[in-house]
Design a protein around this ligand. Structure first.
Ligand code: SAT
Ligand code: MN
Length: 600
């Protein structure tokens, strides 16, 4: 055990111990041996399965309880002191009231279990952009996943010193064990109403209870790195965003860094690891989910990936959609809720690998291709070290971060929104970020114009404070900066469909053609035409060499349809009403100006 000189931290751990009453306390040192031991504890108890060491060395499979398979948005709370400061009234609870309720749940909740104290750093230890957290959890699964997803252990305690600042993260699966009771395969609180994912932004504190899965339990990710960090970022003048970070090298060897915000199911992880189809261009990965951006001394925005691993959706990952991720998850990876084959490997839908004639499905039951059920849960995940990514950029852990030249925002829109649209200036870019979103796809809707769920900067589930104030913060970032040094914002849509309901743009590696145009724009050579909605590539501006895409398709991809935009503006106005008085005036103005330019 290392020495902890941080008195306040020690006192907090004692306080939690007195409340939760664990059998023992383990301070994580972050070593590889400790990681192995924590895995082994679960394997020995029959709660995890090591995979075939010839096929997937160092890999393990876990199955969660069928009721505990994803983030629980309707049990996620932002307990700011004032209700107006929360993202919306539905997620707000008065902080002291929430604490009183949760203290009752926490009382004795770790009986029969070990309480892990996990000091962790979001971002490289010692980087001026990084932040420290300490997660207390009664789940070894959380502890070894945190080892992959963040930097944990003794080095963090050193960096914290005797009085360093940290975010207090308390987590319990909410399933105490009676004397001699055998543990459940996946302990968690029995009912959804017993689960709480609570944030106290003013106190920089997170209390999570009742779930052991993903973002509900690995508190460094969405809870800290987005919801709490967004509040820190607002107060300190930086940005904590739900964005991938990629590195692009052009044929002349010039390097460019790009961030991208996309709602779920838009292929964010795939884009972060893209294999470009345009000759001479190279893509490398810095991060696949979260970017923290701060101004450097030169006035540019520098981004770090605060995470150290990828927690990606498994189903649909294949050699076609993401060959790099496929290689990355071959070793030292934790799989949760996928199928287990008879030879000790894993299988999932959309893997591109033929379905085996028999396996054990994510619920632990026998499965055959005729079962009529999914072998892997749709939100099955891999947890895998970022350093294993075959295209990870060598500078991915640079404490200084990487200077960002462009920010992509976009959703899944089958109509209306062109393939790519360059913002006119920063405020217009923030406006584009505020209106992004995806069509809600239900099998029942055959309408041309599906209903759009607006998801500003892909932050809808991750706002830590009022969403109007959040957009105002983006505007303020621009106001206080040298405009010529700010990244340019691009609105992209890979998902436009033709009259036959087919995607027009091929996507995946071909998205590199759009990235190429963006870089050409930034360096002054790309061709664009000013339109009422922004600067669009001219018909011949995007390199289509070697791609079977007709001029008519390109025209369709770049089309601005007045009727569609009329409906779009109405729908944006409806959405803007949900901001009430906190809608930034500059954004209302942008909407009016666009309407005028469209001359509808
Ligand atoms: O479960 S996580 O929040 O970590 C991943 C996600 O839902 O995007
Ligand atoms: Mn995400």
């Amino acid at each position: 055990m290392y020495k902890v000189s941080h008195k306040e931290l020690k006192a907090w751990v004692e306080e939690v111990k007195a409340m939760c009453k664990p059998d023992s306390v383990h301070w994580c040192d972050g070593s590889q041996e400790e990681y192995q031991q924590m895995l082994q504890v679960m394997v020995d108890a029959g709660l995890g399965t090591p995979l075939n060491s010839k096929k997937r060395p160092g890999c393990y499979l876990f199955r969660s309880h069928p009721s505990d398979v994803a983030r629980v948005e309707n049990r996620t709370f932002i307990a700011s002191k004032k209700m107006e400061d929360a993202p919306s009234p539905d997620v707000w609870v008065e902080p002291e009231e929430l604490k009183a309720t949760m203290r009752k749940s926490y009382d004795g909740c770790m009986k029969g279990r070990t309480m892990y104290v996990i000091p962790f750093s979001m971002g490289p230890i010692g980087s001026p952009i990084s932040k420290i957290g300490v997660e207390i959890s009664d789940s070894p699964y959380v502890a070894f996943n945190m080892k992959i997803m963040t930097r944990i252990g003794a080095a963090v305690i050193d960096a914290l010193g005797s009085d360093g600042e940290y975010v207090r993260c308390l987590h319990s699966v909410g399933s105490p064990l009676a004397e001699g009771e055998k543990d459940k395969a996946w302990p968690c609180a029995p009912s959804i109403d017993d689960k709480y994912i609570s944030h106290f932004p003013e106190e920089r504190m997170i209390w999570s209870y009742g779930s052991g899965y993903g973002g509900n339990a690995l508190l460094g990710k969405k809870c800290f790195a987005l919801r709490i960090a967004a509040v820190q970022a607002r107060d300190e003048g930086w940005l904590a965003e739900h964005m991938l970070i990629l590195k692009l090298t052009d044929p002349n060897g010039k390097v460019h860094y790009v961030c991208g915000a996309f709602p779920s199911a838009c292929g964010k992880t795939n884009l972060a690891m893209l294999e470009p189809t345009v000759p001479g261009w190279k893509v490398e990965t810095i991060g696949d989910d979260i970017a923290w951006m701060k101004f450097g001394k030169d006035g540019r925005l520098y981004a770090i990936n605060p995470e150290a691993g990828f927690f990606g959706v498994v189903p649909g990952t294949s050699m076609k959609s993401n060959p790099n991720a496929m290689k990355q998850i071959q070793t030292n990876t934790i799989f949760t809720n996928v199928g287990l084959t008879d030879d000790g490997d894993v299988w999932w839908e959309g893997s591109g690998m033929p379905a085996p004639s028999h396996l054990i499905d994510w619920k632990g039951k026998d499965w055959t291709p005729d079962s009529g059920e999914l072998a892997a849960h749709a939100n099955a995940r891999f947890t895998t070290p970022a350093e294993q990514c075959p295209v990870i950029a060598p500078e991915w852990e640079d404490p200084a971060g990487v200077p960002i030249s462009a920010i992509l925002v976009g959703g899944r829109r089958k109509t209306t929104v062109p393939l790519v649209n360059e913002s006119r200036d920063w405020n217009h870019g923030v406006f584009l970020g505020s209106i992004m979103g995806s069509e809600i796809t239900t099998a029942a809707i055959t309408d041309n114009v599906g209903q759009v769920r607006r998801d500003p900067f892909a932050m809808l589930p991750f706002f830590g404070y009022n969403k109007g104030d959040y957009l105002q913060h983006w505007l303020d970032i621009g106001k206080n900066a040298d405009a010529s040094k700010l990244p340019k914002i691009y609105f992209v849509n890979w998902f436009r469909k033709n009259a036959d309901d087919k995607f027009i743009w091929p996507g995946f590696g071909e998205n590199s053609r759009v990235l190429k145009w963006i870089i050409e724009r930034l360096s002054g050579t790309g061709k664009a035409a000013e339109t009422p909605i922004g600067n669009l590539p001219t018909a011949d501006a995007i390199d289509l060499n070697g791609l079977n895409l007709s001029a008519k398709d390109m025209e369709e991809l770049l089309k601005i349809d007045k009727d569609e935009w009329k409906a779009e503006i109405e729908s944006i106005r409806e959405d803007y009403k949900t901001y009430g008085t906190r809608l930034p005036k500059a954004l209302a103005d942008e909407l009016d100006k666009m309407e005028k330019r469209l001359n509808l």
